[in-house]
Ligand binder design. Structure first.
Ligand code: ZN
Ligand code: ZN
Length: 89
């Protein structure tokens, strides 16, 4: 907890909001889609609808982002299979 990762240089912290779908930061994020885990912001209506389409097909239960490509499935004894976008810790 006390170790600071000083090796990770060159990338600015995520202070700016970027479009959830295309990661564009230049444009204002005027389109907002509320989800169970908060709201997602988008630069354009097409980004919003593209995200929403992918989101209803399957969202990562770890980070609430859409899964692009094949999901990582976690099977549970009791309950539905959970889909992840990547192996979350
Ligand atoms: Zn966008
Ligand atoms: Zn995820």
């Amino acid at each position: 907890m006390s170790s600071i990762q000083s090796k990770m240089r060159g990338r600015p912290p995520k202070s700016k909001n970027s479009c959830t779908w295309c990661n564009e930061t230049k444009q204002p994020l005027k389109y907002v889609l509320p989800t169970q885990h908060g709201k997602k912001e988008f630069c354009s209506e097409s980004c919003l609808s593209a995200f929403r389409k992918a989101y209803v097909r399957g969202a990562c239960v770890g980070c609430d982002n859409v899964i692009r490509g094949s999901p990582i499935k976690l099977e549970q004894k009791d309950g539905p299979t959970k889909d992840f976008c990547s192996p979350h810790e």
